[in-house]
Design a protein around this ligand. Structure first.
Ligand SMILES: Nc1nc2c(ncn2[C@@H]2O[C@H](COP(=O)(O)OP(=O)(O)OP(=O)(O)O)[C@@H](O)[C@H]2O)c(=O)[nH]1
Ligand SMILES: [Mg+2]
Length: 305
């Protein structure tokens, strides 16, 4: 069994906990059989309650106030593997079985002075899932503040133990969150980045992983502080290009009318503004939530929903 530790990383309110809450739903809505099985009661109860809150109460999670470590086994569809050498070679079918620990922290922890414990946790992770909230970046422009301090401490830590390594060993999934927001969707449409896959068009627009980098670059240019362009430079400087992938994601997805079971480009918002915060309008339809997790866990990509 392979062992993978994935840390969620992103500014306060960038959507880390909601992304996690949507993960079981993304698995259930996927055609192939992916499942998360909790390794202890606390991890099982926590994720079940987060997911139920999203689906049943249609409420977003409360802001995270302490580190949460959630341990699961990620079970996947059977894969064909070769075993043994030459004459004794045999083909066996095994379900993918990956140990997955997910670290979720309050976004504030990634600010100016990250603690040593945080840097230890990130150093020991195999995959980093960086959530970039374009709406927040447009309004307050502080993603860079929650990115660079951590990144430089991480690089310092890794290079202290291996002076020859010029880049970090981690895989990095850069997830643009809130793709369902009209401002983000409009940007992707304006840049002609929407995939035209007939299989998914009834579920709403999607941006492929290759096009997501361009979307990210463009969203960085409308940063309130003008600092977001340095995010991409930091990513390029510290990670190996083949270890970085971009995703345009939404934890809640677009509103899908229950009767017609289809996306309506005239009525797609799945969020209702409330006096305080937002509520979810209809069913939760995660977009590119499972995909970055599978990529970070080094598993074959999920089938299109
Ligand atoms: N439109 C839209 N809004 C979202 C989505 N996910 C999260 N949000 C909004 O972002 C807010 C913050 O989400 P959280 O998941 O709590 O963010 P977080 O990164 O865990 O925040 P901290 O725990 O404070 O660091 C939510 O209350 C929602 O209003 C999404 O997929 N689409
Ligand atoms: Mg949180």
């Amino acid at each position: 069994m392979t062992n993978h530790r994935i840390s969620l990383w992103g500014a306060p309110g960038s959507g880390k906990t909601t992304f996690l809450a949507a993960l079981p739903i993304a698995m259930m809505r996927n055609k192939r059989d992916w499942a998360l099985v909790a390794k202890d009661d606390a991890s099982g109860v926590r994720l079940a309650s987060l997911t139920a809150q999203l689906v049943r109460e249609r409420e977003f999670p409360k802001m995270t106030n302490q580190l949460e470590v959630l341990d699961y086994v990620l079970l996947g569809p059977p894969r064909v593997r070769r075993r043994g050498w030459f004459f004794r070679r045999a083909t066996v079918t095994e379900p993918a079985h990956v140990d997955l620990s997910i670290f979720d922290l309050p976004g504030g922890a990634f600010g100016n002075s990250p603690t040593s414990d945080l840097i230890d946790d990130l150093t020991a992770s195999h995959g980093l899932l960086f959530l970039f909230d374009p709406i927040r970046e447009f309004q307050s422009g502080d993603s860079f503040d929650y990115f660079y301090g951590v990144l430089s401490r991480l690089a310092q830590r890794v290079m202290a133990s291996d002076a020859s390594s010029a880049r970090l060993p981690h895989r990095l999934a850069v997830c643009i969150t809130k793709f369902d927001d009209p401002r983000v969707l409009n940007t992707a449409e304006r840049l002609n980045l929407i995939a035209t896959d007939p299989d998914v068009s009834h579920q709403g627009p999607r941006v492929s992983s290759d096009a997501a980098e361009e979307l990210f670059r463009s969203l960085c240019t409308v940063s309130a502080s003008g600092n977001a362009d340095m995010l991409l430079r930091g990513i390029r400087q510290f990670f190996r290009p083949e270890q970085v992938r971009f995703f345009a994601t939404s934890a809640i997805g677009f509103y899908i009318d229950q009767r017609r079971q289809a996306y309506d480009s005239e009525d797609f918002q799945n969020i209702i503004p409330m006096k305080e915060g937002h509520r979810i309008r209809g069913s939760v339809q995660p977009i590119n939530v499972l995909e970055p997790i599978l990529w970070l866990a080094d598993q074959p990509a999920a089938d299109v929903k």
